[in-house]
Design a protein. Structure first.
Length: 103
């Protein structure tokens, strides 16, 4: 996963930063997505700001564990969080074996 750094020092009483930072968006997306599907995210492979102030986060997760590990099935999901850090959309983009590479 991308390293999660410190958020903005200006926060609401709820503890969330006033402006949703990329680090907070990653944390919110991975925690909510993991709870939704019941699996721990393996990695974050991308993040993009949305026009409304939210974020779109690409999360990789192991969908099928195999031996050897290079044959495990990995999926990449796009998870959108709104400006408040709440999950508002989720879709699977692709599935692949861990040992494959993009060309």
């Amino acid at each position: 996963m991308f390293p999660v750094g410190a958020e903005s020092s200006e926060t609401h009483p709820s503890g969330k930063p006033e402006k949703l930072s990329a680090a907070f968006a990653i944390r919110a997306a991975t925690e909510q997505f993991g709870a939704l599907i019941g699996r721990a995210p393996e990695a974050v492979s991308g993040i993009r700001a949305l026009p409304d102030g939210g974020w779109s986060v690409l999360i990789d997760v192991v969908e099928l564990e195999r031996i050897p590990a290079t044959t495990s099935i990995i999926a990449t999901y796009r998870v959108d969080v709104d400006p408040a850090g709440e999950l508002c959309a989720c879709e699977r983009l692709r599935r692949y074996t861990r040992g494959t590479t993009d060309m």
